[in-house]
Write a protein that binds this ligand. Sequence first.
Ligand code: 13P
Ligand code: SF4
Length: 316
Amino acid sequence: RQALKARAAELLRQHNAVLVAHYYVDGDLQDLALETGGIVSDSLEMARFGRDHAAQTLVVAGVRFMGESAKILSPEKRVLMPDLDATCSLDLGCPADEFAAFCNAHPDRQVVVYANTSAAVKARADWMVTSSCALEIVADLHAKGQKILWAPDRHLGRYIQEQTGADMLMWNGACIVHDEFKGLELDLLLEQHPGAMVLVHPESPKSVVDKADVVGSTSALIKAVVEGTAQEYIVATDNGILHRMRQLAPGKTLIEAPTAGNSATCKSCAHCPWMAMNGLQNLVDCLEQGLGEIHIEEAIRVEALGCIDRMLDFTA
Ligand code: 13P
Ligand code: SF4
């Protein structure tokens, strides 16, 4: 493992490459990113960091839409991914042609899509948002009297709708990881840990979000653990995030929120199978052999760029 990590660090240096990792990927990759001048972050900051970094090659350890966003923003850079098949159930559940038909049927609405979509879906959108800025952007559109067409995550959409009161027509998508968190089981866990703070990613069902002390993006949940005064934290998001939480808040007790499976025996219930496709070995392979390069048709890239730029300008 240490040898592979050292080899990956050497290859990153040789190729003038920087590693851009998400909080859900393997802990070794997160550490390597930080040790070699890269970043581990949420999807908004991954996009911004990749765009602003001087490296010629970006290696994105995450899922496909994250690599695509990097390429859309930096067409002159080579964007590699350890495994190009690392997708996302939200992306899979929102095919571009069906989505375009949905948009065409509602031309009076601003089209707001979650980052977890393909480049072709983004090409049809007015706005891209991530979980860290979705609420503010929709609130702003609502304040300006705009009606919204939202896709694809129904839980995040419902949460934003409840918070902002915006008129939102929704696509019916879900994240297979967050959709598994269960409100009733969370109640039982809270009885055993009455002082625990509950941290929830808004891709989770309403029954879980309603019990949260903090609802937010992966970065917001990490901040909540670091700054929180409680000793115990129940975390309802992919358990890959615990690696960084433990590093940044070593004295705190972190408890995984219960999923449909028995979380005592089903340790990987709350871990994204696509995020798990990223490892040290395929990182080394992609750099050594130039595998896993992201290519996007230029016409789609240019169309998709507008909605990402709009979000980055809004959040600058
Ligand atoms: P964040 O933008 O909060 O990092 O979320 C990305 C994601 O895929 C969550 O499942
Ligand atoms: Fe997609 Fe869910 Fe995996 Fe995030 S955790 S990449 S939303 S399937």
